[in-house]
Design a protein around this ligand. Structure first.
Ligand code: ATP
Ligand code: MG
Length: 398
C-alpha cells in the first residue's frame, strides 16, 4: 500500500533525519512507528502526505510514485490526526468534521449525513454536538472529533502523529480502545506515531522501531517482545516488558513456599479441621524430617469420617505420583501439571524433602506476574507545543 524506497531527508546537510529508509506498509494494517525523540518518526509520516519532501529516494502509494500526485489532491485522500487536536476553534464540530468533504466539493446534504453518521459512530448525539464549538468539549472529546475529521472523507490511509499524547491516561486508554474497534470495522491503512511502547503494543499490527533515521526492527508486538533485534530495542521496550521464556523461569521462583502439610500420625478429624482452617482440599503428608510421604485428599478424609475410621494419615494418604524439583523450569512443570490428578504438584529437593507446591491457580497467577510484570517505566511524555499543529493541519488540507 505504502512503500518507502531508500528515502532520505536531511534538514541540515550532513545530519539525516531519515536515512535510506526502506519500509513497506500493507493495506489495512495499523503500523506504529516508535523510537526516541528526534529519530525521524514525524518526518517519515509527513513525507507520506508530502508535507515534507524527501531529498532522495521514492515513496509509492498503491504502486504510484507520490511525486507524480498533486500534493493538495494527495492530502485530501489521506486522513491526518495530530497531537493537541488542532480543531478549528471558530468552526462548529460539524464544520470541523466536514471540512475535508467541503474541500472535496461534497454537497451540504452529503456532508451533514456523513457527519451525523460519524458522530453517532463514537457515541455523540448529533443533535447535541453538531453545533457546539471545540472549546465546549473536553480534551478527549475534542480528540475524538479530530479522529472523525480524519475519517470523514473515507480515506484509505490515515496518518496519526501522537494523537493521544496530550490526554490523561484514562481518556487515552479509552481512545485507544475506540480506535481499535473502529479499525476492526474499517480496516484502514493507519500509520501511527508514538513514544509510548504500551500504546504501540496495544494498537499495532506491526511495530517499526526507529533510531537515528533508520529502522532498527519491524515486527508484530509479539515478535518484538520475544526477539528484540538488539540492545537498543531491548532497552526501548524496557526490560520488564520483555517476554521471559518459560524455559528461563524456575519452579523455585514461583512455587508456594509454605504448603499446608500434615503429619503421618494425624487422624481424619484433625486432618479435616486443618483443611478447613487453611481452606485447602488436600494436605501434603510429611514425616518428621519433612520428607514428602503422600497426599491426603478431602475426599479420603470424608470417607474415613463417615466410616468412623480411626485410621491415620499414613494409612489414608495416597502416594504422590509426580513431583518436581526447584531447579526445573516452569515449562517442565506445566507439562507435568497437565497430567496431574490433583491439580497440584509438590516440589521436593534431591533428598525428597518438601520445598514447596505448585497449584494450577498459583502457577497461572505467578506466571503472569513473572512473565509480564507491570512496570511504571515513567516515560514522561514530553508535552509538545501544539501551536504549530493548527498551521500544520491548515497546510495539509489547503
Ligand atoms: N524543520 C526542521 N528543521 C531542522 N531540523 C529538523 C526539522 N524538523 C525536524 N528536524 C530534525 O530532524 C530529526 C527528526 O525529527 P522528527 O520530527 O522526525 O523526529 P521525531 O521522531 O518525530 O521526534 P519526536 O518524537 O520528538 O516527535 C530531529 O533531529 C529534528 O531535530
Ligand atoms: Mg514527532
Amino acid at each position: 500500500m505504502i512503500r518507502f524506497e531508500k528515502v532520505s531527508k536531511a534538514y541540515v546537510s550532513g545530519t539525516y533525519a531519515v536515512r535510506s529508509l526502506d519500509l513497506e506498509i500493507e493495506q489495512g494494517e495499523l503500523i506504529v512507528l516508535v523510537g526516541p525523540s528526534g529519530c525521524g518518526k514525524t518526518t517519515t509520516l509527513k513525507m507520506i502526505n508530502r508535507l515534507i519532501e524527501p531529498d532522495s529516494g521514492q515513496i509509492f502509494i498503491k504502486g504510484r510514485n507520490i511525486q507524480e500526485i498533486n500534493p493538495a489532491i494527495l492530502r485530501r485522500q489521506i486522513g491526518y490526526v495530530i497531537q493537541q487536536i488542532g480543531l478549528f476553534p471558530h468552526m462548529t464540530i460539524a464544520q470541523n468534521v466536514g471540512l475535508v468533504m467541503k474541500l472535496l466539493g461534497k454537497s451540504p446534504r452529503e456532508r451533514e449525513k456523513r457527519v451525523n453518521e460519524l458522530l453517532e459512530m463514537v457515541g455523540f448525539d448529533p443533535e447535541v454536538y453538531r453545533n457546539r464549538y471545540p472549546r465546549e468539549l473536553s480534551g478527549g472529546q475534542q480528540q475524538r472529533i479530530g479522529v472523525l475529521r480524519a475519517l470523514a472523507a473515507d480515506p484509505e490511509i490515515i496518518l496519526m502523529d501522537e494523537p493521544f499524547g496530550a490526554l490523561d491516561p484514562i481518556t487515552r486508554e479509552q481512545l485507544q480502545d475506540e480506535l481499535k474497534s473502529l479499525q476492526n470495522n474499517l480496516r484502514k491503512t493507519i500509520v501511527f506515531v508514538t513514544h509510548d511502547m504500551d500504546e504501540a503494543i496495544k494498537l499495532a499490527d506491526r511495530i517499526v522501531v526507529m533510531r537515528e533515521g533508520k529502522v532498527v526492527q519491524i515486527g508484530t508486538p509479539e515478535e518484538l517482545l520475544r526477539n528484540p533485534a538488539d540492545d537498543f530495542v531491548r532497552d526501548f521496550i524496557g526490560k520488564k516488558r520483555l517476554f521471559r521464556n518459560p524455559e528461563e523461569v524456575f519452579i523455585g521462583d514461583i512455587m508456594l513456599e509454605k504448603p499446608v502439610t500434615g503429619n503421618m500420625e494425624m487422624g481424619a478429624a484433625e486432618a479435616f479441621q486443618r483443611m478447613q482452617k487453611h481452606q485447602v482440599n488436600s494436605l501434603l503428608i510429611v514425616d518428621e524430617r519433612g520428607a514428602l510421604k503422600g497426599i491426603l485428599t478431602a475426599r479420603g478424609v470424608q470417607k474415613a469420617i463417615q466410616a468412623a475410621s480411626r485410621q491415620k494419615a499414613s494409612e489414608l494418604m495416597e502416594p504422590v505420583a509426580e513431583t518436581v524439583c526447584p531447579e526445573e523450569t516452569v515449562l517442565t512443570a506445566t507439562a507435568i501439571m497437565a497430567r496431574s490428578k490433583y491439580g497440584l504438584l509438590p516440589v521436593v529437593d534431591e533428598q525428597g524433602l518438601l520445598k514447596g507446591l505448585l497449584t494450577n491457580a498459583s502457577m497461572i497467577n505467578t506466571l503472569v506476574d513473572v512473565l509480564w510484570p507491570v512496570e511504571d517505566n515513567g516515560t514522561g511524555e514530553e508535552g509538545k507545543n501544539g501551536a504549530s499543529n493548527l498551521v500544520e493541519f491548515m497546510d495539509n488540507v489547503s
